[in-house]
Design a protein. Sequence first.
Length: 362
Amino acid sequence: MKNAPNAPAPKTDARRHHDPLTRGFASDNYAGAHPEVLAALALANGGHQTAYGGDDYTAHLQQVIRRHFGGRAEAFPVFNGTGANVVALQAVTDRWGAVIAADSAHIHVDECGAPERVGGLKLLTVPTEDGKLTPELIDREAYGWDDEHRAMPQVVSLTQSTELGTVYTPEEIRAICAHAHERGMVVHLDGSRLANAAASLDVPMRALTNVPGVDLLSLGGTKNGALFGEAVVVLNPDAVRGMKHLRKLSMQLASKMRFVSVQLEALLAGDLWLRNARHANTMARRLAEGVGAVPGVEIRYPVRSNAVFARLPREVSERLQKHYRFYFWDEATGDVRWMCSFDTSEEDVDGFVAALRAEMHA
């Protein structure tokens, strides 16, 4: 039945400014929040709670964190991953201190110089083939502690999973921690995708952190289904100083902290963190198998988490980007990165593979 001449137009939600059916493979940050996380936020939203971390949700988060990372662990919720890394690294370096990291590490290539400019520390980067440090690679920069002309190596920072989608095994982390500790350095782990690494290896997160000897962890939430929020988790209190003050100084202290804490609790209290990570990893493997079967597409690194790196003709990628969002990883070679998230579906993957195959034959 047609509307009357002067009848009001059908109601639409003017607050929605995007097509919720749009999908892409640019980043796991593109995904929304998991429904269970949104439900937890609604649960925490009522009445008054003490600000700046004195709330019941932040207190309960500490119990959850200790179940995952040991009885000495303490979580300091922050707004984002860069904030977590900057706060964490400041807590384990002197003003003259330096951090050894892979040259592909997020703290080096994707944080706009924040660790150095905001944190006031020096990054000593080492080239790697697969994004992973080894004791031998660390020793390329682990020297000169008594040389006043050189920034002092005080920290080794690992990324798990790495920026290239590879993962450290528990044995590899244990060897690095032992090597670093023998030289008087502490070990920080950038775990924005720690859940994906643990799911890939089928081990608990403690097997990649406190058990092998990591001192300090930047624990991811956003890429695993949170709306926003990460945490600095102190695993070895003897190696860390000033966290409470550094978080505030670095503008990472949330006044309504319960809304960060309850999201992390929603992910970690049960198995949501694991379900989300396993699904994202499974979709990445499905994607790699599909695109890897297309002639002219080369998978660049082993697919161990939720990232797929590939090399294909640049013009094909540019045409494909008109239909799906994703990024060039290396402008010189034309390598691309495709990321899967907790809400990537089999239909999303299969549709992308079909579109890629069509563009390769266009």
